[in-house]
Design a protein around this ligand. Structure first.
Ligand code: GTP
Ligand code: MG
Length: 561
C-alpha cells in the first residue's frame, strides 16, 4: 500500500515536470479537456452554475474565527469549498457538497426582528452570522485569509511591471495581477444564482447566466457583472403524440419580443428592488437598444446589468473565450491593450462615444488574424470546423462556432509579446479607418458599408457595427495614442530595463512607460479637457526626458561603481 502511494506521488511529480513549459501545459489541458468534453465553454459554465446553486453567501462578524465558523457550518452538511473576502464587512462564500445542506442550514435560520422597521420575509441564500453570546467569540491568533476582489492601483501595478525582466514578462505579469480569480468568478456565479431565486418566483425554470467579461476570459477584477435572464427552458415541447389532442398554456401577449422582454424585466427589476437583499440603486433602463435593469449588489460589491433575451451576447462571450483559449498571447495582449486604453481615457466606465472594451478586444483579434503568419483563425474557419451539434442559429443569424478546440490547427507564429504589442500600435496607427471595415469573420479588411468613423462588423449580427457609438474625436485620439505608443516602443530608453537597477523602486520602462501618468494625463473627463492644452509631442518630450534622466542617473551610478 505504501509503495503504491509513493509510486503515485512519484508519478504526480513526474507529470508536473513533464508539463514543464506553460505553453505545453495549456495545449495538453486543452486537448485532454476537449476530449473529456470538459473544457467546452458551455460545460465550464454549467459546472460553475451548479456549484453556485450549492453555495451560500454569509456576512460574518468582524472577529470571526475560521475554525469555529467551519465547525458550525459543517453541522449542516459537508463543506466542499469556502473562502472569505472583505466588502462592506467580512463575507464567506460556502459551497456545500449537496443542495440538501442548504435546506438544513436554512431550517436553522430565523428572520430578524427589526426595530422601528419591518422585514420583508424573503428567505434567500444571503445570510448573516451572529454571535449568540455563548462561547468565546474571537481567537487572538485568528488570521483569516481574505480574497482580493479589486485590482491593485495603477502606481503599484507600474512598480510590479517595472521589476520584470522583459516586456513579455510585463504583459504576463499584468494578466496575472488583473485577471479574475477563481474565487471572484465563483462569487459572480453565486450572485446570478441568488438573483435567479428572485426571478424563479415567477419563472421557476428560468436561469440567470453571466456573460461578457465574467466568462469571456478577459475580465479584470472589479469589472461589472453582465447577466441575462434565460427563459428558453420554459417553452419546452413535450406534447403527447397520437391522441389527437394537446394542451397549451393561456398566455398574455405583447406586441413584440421587445415589449415582452421589457415587461418581464420591469417586474423582475421591481422584485429585485423591493425584495432582493443587498440589491441597491435599482434603475430600469428599458428603452435602451438592449433593455436592462442596473443595480449594485452590495455584499459582493458588483455593479450588475441584468438583461433578457440576449443570446447573441452570450455567443459573443463564447467566441472571445475560444479565441482566448487558443493561444496564451491573446489574453496577454488584450489585457495590456485594455489597460493601456483605460489609463489613457480611450475607454471609460461612462457610456458615450468611447471605444468599448468589447470593440477593443475585437480590434486585437483582427490584428492577430492579420499577421503574416496568422496567430488566430477567422470566425468563418471556426464555423467550418463545427460539428452538427454545435449548430446555433439565433434570430436568423448563424452563430455556429466549433466547441471542440482540439480540432483547430493553428499556424506557427512565434512572435514575442513585445513585437505584437509594438506592431499592434503600428497597425492601428496607420489603419485606413476611413475606407475600411474590420471584419473578424473573414479576417480581412472590407469596404465600409456606412460612413461611421469606426466600423467593426458585429461578428454574429453581420449587418451591425459594434462601434457605431464611436465619434471622430475618439477615433482620432485612439489613432494618435497608437502612434505615440508605437514611437515610444522604438526608443531604447523605453525598451530596456536599466541595468543594475534592482532596487525597490525601478523607473517605469516598457509597458509601464506606456502607462505613465505624464502620457496618461488624458484619462478621465478632466484630463481630456486638459489634453487640449498639451500637444502629444510635448507630453512625449517630457516623458522621454524623464526616462533619459533616470537611465542617465543609473548609468552614472554604475560607472561610479
Ligand atoms: P467590461 O468593460 O470589462 O465590462 O467588458 P465586457 O466585455 O463585459 O463589455 P460590456 O459589459 O460592455 O458588454 C458585455 C457584453 O455585451 C460584451 O462582452 C459583448 O458580448 C456584448 N456587447 C457589448 N457591446 C456590444 C455591442 O456594441 N454590440 C454587440 N453585439 N454586443 C455587445
Ligand atoms: Mg461587462
Amino acid at each position: 500500500h505504501l509503495s503504491q502511494k509513493s509510486d503515485l506521488r512519484a508519478r504526480r511529480i513526474l507529470t508536473r515536470s513533464t508539463f514543464a513549459t506553460k505553453a505545453q501545459t495549456v495545449k495538453k489541458t486543452l486537448q485532454a479537456g476537449a476530449a473529456a468534453g470538459k473544457e467546452s465553454f458551455s460545460a465550464l459554465q454549467e459546472e460553475r452554475r451548479e456549484q453556485a446553486e450549492r453555495s451560500v453567501l454569509i456576512s460574518c462578524p468582524p472577529n470571526i474565527n475560521q475554525k469555529k465558523f467551519l465547525d458550525y457550518i459543517s453541522k449542516h452538511g459537508h463543506v466542499q469549498n469556502h473562502f472569505f473576502y472583505q466588502s462592506y464587512g467580512i463575507y464567506a462564500v460556502v459551497e456545500f457538497s449537496t443542495k440538501d445542506s442548504i435546506t438544513a442550514l436554512k431550517a436553522n435560520c430565523t428572520i430578524p426582528s427589526v426595530q422601528h422597521e419591518a422585514a420583508v420575509p424573503f428567505k434567500s441564500r444571503l445570510l448573516s452570522l451572529k454571535w449568540t453570546g455563548q462561547g468565546s467569540q474571537s481567537n487572538a491568533s485568528n488570521t483569516l485569509k481574505l480574497q482580493k476582489h479589486l485590482p491593485i492601483p495603477i502606481n503599484e501595478l507600474s512598480q510590479h511591471l517595472s521589476k520584470q525582466e522583459s516586456i513579455d514578462q510585463q504583459l504576463q505579469c499584468l494578466t496575472d495581477l488583473y485577471q479574475l480569480t477563481e474565487e471572484n468568478i465563483s462569487l459572480r456565479f453565486l450572485v446570478c444564482s441568488l438573483l435567479r431565486d428572485i426571478a424563479a418566483a415567477y419563472f421557476p425554470e428560468c436561469i440567470i447566466r453571466p456573460f461578457g467579461s465574467t466568462v469571456n476570459s478577459f475580465g479584470k477584477l472589479g469589472c461589472d457583472l453582465d447577466m441575462f435572464l434565460d427563459l428558453d427552458g420554459i417553452s419546452g415541447q413535450n406534447q403527447r403524440k397520437g391522441s389527437g389532442l394537446s394542451l397549451e398554456y393561456q398566455v398574455k401577449q405583447g406586441t413584440s419580443e421587445r415589449t415582452v422582454t421589457q415587461s418581464v424585466l420591469s417586474v423582475i427589476g421591481e422584485c429585485v428592488d423591493q425584495f432582493g437583499p443587498g440589491c441597491v440603486g435599482v434603475q430600469k433602463i428599458l428603452n435602451a437598444r438592449c433593455p436592462l435593469v442596473r443595480f449594485a449588489h452590495q455584499p459582493s460589491g458588483f455593479q450588475c446589468d441584468l438583461t433578457a433575451n440576449n443570446r447573441v451576447a452570450m455567443k459573443s462571450s463564447e467566441l472571445l473565450f475560444v479565441y482566448g483559449k487558443l493561444d496564451a498571447r491573446v489574453r496577454h495582449l488584450v489585457f495590456a491593450v485594455r489597460c493601456w486604453a483605460r489609463v489613457h481615457g480611450i475607454t471609460s466606465s461612462i457610456p458615450g462615444a468611447w471605444i468599448t472594451n468589447f470593440s477593443l478586444t475585437v480590434l486585437v483579434l483582427f490584428f492577430l488574424q492579420r499577421r503574416t503568419q496568422p496567430l488566430l483563425p477567422t470566425l468563418d474557419q471556426l464555423r467550418d470546423l463545427a460539428d452538427p451539434s454545435d449548430q446555433c442559429i439565433i434570430e436568423g443569424n448563424d452563430c455556429t462556432i466549433v466547441s471542440d478546440l482540439s480540432k483547430i490547427k493553428l499556424q506557427k507564429n512565434t512572435d514575442t509579446l513585445e513585437k505584437l504589442l509594438q506592431e499592434f500600435f503600428e497597425f492601428y496607427g496607420n489603419f485606413a479607418f476611413s475606407s475600411t471595415s474590420i471584419n473578424i469573420r473573414k479576417g480581412k479588411e472590407q469596404n465600409k458599408p456606412e460612413s461611421t468613423p469606426l466600423h467593426i462588423q458585429n461578428p454574429f449580427e453581420t449587418g451591425l457595427n459594434i462601434s457605431k457609438n464611436v465619434n471622430t474625436t475618439q477615433l482620432e485620439r485612439f489613432v494618435a495614442l497608437c502612434r505615440e505608443s508605437a514611437w515610444l516602443l522604438e526608443q531604447k530608453e523605453v525598451l530596456k530595463r536599466n541595468a543594475g537597477q534592482s532596487a525597490d523602486v525601478v523607473p517605469p520602462w516598457g509597458l509601464a512607460a506606456l502607462l505613465l501618468p505624464s502620457v496618461a494625463q488624458s484619462a478621465g473627463v478632466k484630463g481630456r479637457r486638459k489634453k487640449k492644452h498639451h500637444p502629444a509631442s510635448e507630453r512625449i518630450k517630457t516623458l522621454l526626458e524623464s526616462l533619459k534622466s533616470s537611465s542617465g542617473g543609473a548609468g552614472a551610478k554604475q560607472s561610479a561603481v
